[in-house]
Design a binder for this molecule. Structure first.
Ligand code: SF4
Ligand code: SF4
Length: 335
């Protein structure tokens, strides 16, 4: 069997619901995108979670729900939420920092939870822990092992920054040893804590670094049987730019009721919708969807506004390449 690389354009008819059920977390990672000024500090009640899951469920469409936080396993009713989501027809994922509070592995089951995703930002504690916190690597790896032994499908998310890009390849033997099925490589965004950090320019990776390291590491992981997903980031000449906000159904829900369609917008009060009394209401005024309509030669409008350092211009002032939508992914795995 051969590894096949494909760019996954936004899948028509598929809905992705990124559901932040609380914003509290036991960790304080240096690149955390949670911004309490914008997302609040609330924990949703069990009833609210059920109501909001129902609000976004469209039985005839393939719908994915990803439970997020903060740390979603800190919510005492997460296992109930997982079961409810499955009953509503969602493909269910939980993204955890690895602590697995409230005995999650025993409180739910692989019958309800399709994927349990762990965040690791380094192949060892020397790389991971300065980013995610002291002792985090060991706890996360121990719980990945427990999850795999308990029969869960496990994936790992790695957020690439200048602090850990050179260690990305070393993740492959670790993931293989841990029997991880999927590997999600993300690129650091200047959101939340990163946006305010003093060395924010220094933590971003250049196009050159990204292209040198990430596709090769992804290929290596795929060679060892792991399915890899990573953002496209830079479009090649001739590739068509599309904004997911115009052509896909992605909802990023926060416990204060804000619903965004674009993750880059989450630091600003420009959300498209607000949940009011369990109804999804369109927000008035300047909202993110008005930005989605703008056509610029640099590709993604929000990237140009919020992270202009990622764009290179030639001597005539023309953009050398377009920045893709941050939701456009490439996948590589066995066909
Ligand atoms: S990145 Fe995730 S695990 Fe880290 S502090 Fe933020 S919410 Fe917690
Ligand atoms: S990242 Fe850019 S292209 Fe993607 S949804 Fe947001 S504004 Fe649109």
């Amino acid at each position: 069997m051969k590894n096949v690389l494909k760019t996954v354009s936004f899948k028509p008819g598929e809905r992705n619901v990124f559901f932040h059920i609380l914003t509290a977390c036991n960790l304080s990672c240096s690149h955390c995108y949670i911004n309490p000024d914008q997302h609040g500090t609330k924990t949703l009640s069990k009833d609210q979670i059920e109501d909001w899951l129902t609000l976004f469920a469209v039985p005839k469409k393939k719908s994915n729900v990803i439970f997020l936080g903060g740390e979603p396993t800190m919510h005492p009713d997460l296992s109930y939420a997982i079961r409810k989501a499955k009953e509503l027809g969602y493909f269910v994922t939980v993204d955890s920092n690895g602590y697995l509070f409230h005995d999650l592995l025993n409180k739910t089951s692989p019958n309800y939870l399709d994927f349990l995703s762990f965040s690791l930002d380094g192949p060892d504690s020397e790389v991971n822990d300065p980013i995610r916190g002291e002792g985090v690597f060991d706890i996360c790896v121990a719980n990945i092992k427990r999850a795999v032994q308990s029969g869960y499908n496990v994936s790992v998310i790695y957020t690439v920054s200048s602090k850990n890009i050179n260690q990305l390849e070393k993740m492959v033997p670790l993931l293989k040893k841990l029997d991880v099925k999927k590997f999600f490589i993300q690129v650091i965004g200047l959101r939340g804590v990163s946006r305010k950090s003093a060395d924010k320019e220094k933590i971003q990776v250049s196009r050159e670094q990204w292209l040198k390291v990430v596709p090769k590491a992804a290929e290596m992981a795929a060679e060892s049987g792991i399915h890899v997903t990573y953002p496209k980031v830079f479009l090649e000449r001739g590739e068509q730019f599309e904004c997911a906000g115009n052509v896909a159904e992605n909802f990023f829900i926060f416990p204060n009721g804000r619903v965004y369609q674009c993750p880059l917008c989450e630091d600003h009060p420009i959300h498209s919708y607000q949940i009011v009394d369990n109804r999804l209401e369109k927000t008035d005024g300047l909202t993110e969807d008005q930005f989605f309509q703008l056509k610029i030669e640099e590709g993604c409008v929000m990237n140009k506004l919020l992270q202009p350092d990622t764009i290179e211009y030639d001597e005539q002032g023309k953009a050398v390449y377009q920045i893709s939508c941050c939701l456009l992914k490439q996948e590589i795995g066995r066909n």
